[in-house]
Design a protein around this ligand. Structure first.
Ligand SMILES: Cc1ncc(COP(=O)(O)O)c(C=O)c1O
Length: 406
């Protein structure tokens, strides 16, 4: 089994000193660090194989096309999709969800239909649907949150009905860490014939995802939150739905035959990938998936759960800290908290002086923050390369900050 020392050696960023201090990186829900293997794969691509894909018969173009297609296959296997035709590469989760909002929204959503979301949504899975609902005359409904910040499944039964066209929910809240029981919700969506969409930005990096087992139609994710470079993400879509669905972006590569007054579409998944894609990003993503496979999700879950429990335990020792969100057993490796009398931005700036990177703000979930009676929190989010020493450093620094302010 690979040790934490070996893991850390794979991440060059941890050699960087922040204000002369060891880097304690606790902002993984925003983006993760990249292992050497991913960084090297990207530079190797540009140094030895760079060419545009699907456009040339020359050697480099063929190799680049093969690698890019292989990356789709890798993602298909990672999510247990049927094959490459069900995997569309996008820039990120936001683009994947906009693709769906536009494509399904403009072509299938009618006045009187409703779209069901949860109270936990990131703005990426809220604002596109708000826009589409307004344009098409549809209604947005919400599955409620319980007192202890979990999903209220009873309210899902009330929200989803025969006028529900789309159910689009997060798999894990980035602001609170709450894990959402997707399968239970998808059962309800199925009963009412609605499309079932999952925002997997926070789940794909941390837990095994099986889109067939979850029984979902679409699953969106971002590469940069799971060791891959920025600018590459994806969307799983069920093949029979993608075949019928209208494209979102139009242009090169996504067409089959074009005349001056019409066009037909390329086969899947290229029908949904207009223009020159992010080839090096796709290759980096494939290497990131290999890396995650080498560590294993069992180990990732074990490390993260230990860290989350430890973070709760240590932060609960501090009388001036209030933790938002459910107990560790109901969530991923995210701890959102507030400190008596000190603004989250001040906390984050002072932590930074100790080399500790956390996030402060509304975490792109303003309505959720408002429901919790605040406008911002400080958020520490962990990954498998974090250690208990990182949590100790956070707690020590918070104690120092509190003393300074009081
Ligand atoms: C739950 C969730 N959904 C969507 C997003 C948007 O991801 P991206 O900015 O990579 O598109 C994030 C990013 O933090 C997220 O946490």
């Amino acid at each position: 089994m690979i040790s934490i020392t070996e893991i850390l050696k794979d991440f060059p960023i941890f050699e960087t000193k922040i204000h002369g201090k060891r880097l304690v990186y606790l902002d993984n829900a925003a983006t993760t660090q990249k292992p050497r293997q991913v960084i090297e794969a990207i530079s190797q691509y540009y140094e030895t194989r760079n060419a545009n894909v699907h456009r040339g018969v020359h050697y480099l173009s063929e190799i680049a096309s093969e690698d890019y297609e292989e990356a789709h296959n890798k993602v298909a296997k990672f999510l247990n999709a049927k094959g490459m035709e069900e995997i569309i590469f996008t820039r990120n989760t936001t683009e994947s969800l906009n693709l769906l909002a536009y494509s399904l929204g403009l072509n299938e959503l009618e006045k009187g239909d409703n779209i069901v979301l949860t109270r936990f949504e990131h703005h990426s899975n809220l604002v596109p649907w708000q826009q589409m609902a307004r344009r098409q005359g549809a209604e947005i409904r919400f599955i409620e949150m319980t007192e202890d910040c979990r999903l209220d499944l009873a309210s899902a039964e009330k929200a989803i009905d025969d006028k529900t066209k789309v159910v689009s929910i997060t798999h894990m809240s980035n602001a609170l860490g709450t894990i959402i029981p997707v399968k239970e919700v998808s059962k309800l969506a199925r009963e009412h014939g609605a499309y079932m969409i999952v925002d997997g930005a926070q789940s794909a990096p941390h837990m095994p995802v099986d889109v067939r087992e979850l029984d979902v139609d679409f699953f969106a994710f971002s590469g940069h939150k799971m060791l891959a470079p920025m600018g590459i993400g994806g969307l799983y879509g069920r093949e029979d739905i993608l075949e019928k669905m209208e494209p979102f972006l139009f242009g090169g590569d996504m067409i089959s035959i074009v005349s001056f007054d019409n066009a037909t579409w390329n086969r899947l998944p290229w029908k949904f990938e207009a223009g020159t894609p992010n080839v090096s990003g796709g290759i980096g993503l494939a290497v990131a998936i290999d890396y995650l496979g080498k560590i294993g999700f069992d180990k990732i879950h074990y490390i993260e759960h230990e860290l989350t429990e430890y973070a709760h335990e240590r932060l609960n020792e501090l009388s001036f800290i209030k933790i938002y969100g459910p107990e560790p057993k109901y969530k991923g490796a995210v701890v959102s908290f507030a400190m008596d009398g000190i603004h989250p931005h001040d906390i984050a700036s002072l932590l930074d002086e100790d080399g500790i990177a956390v996030r402060a703000g509304h975490h792109c979930a303003q309505p959720l923050m408002k429901m919790l009676g605040t406008d911002s929190t400080t958020r520490a989010s962990m990954y498998f390369y974090n250690t208990k020493e990182d949590i100790d450093a956070l707690v020590e620094s918070l104690q120092k900050i509190y003393k300074l302010f009081s």
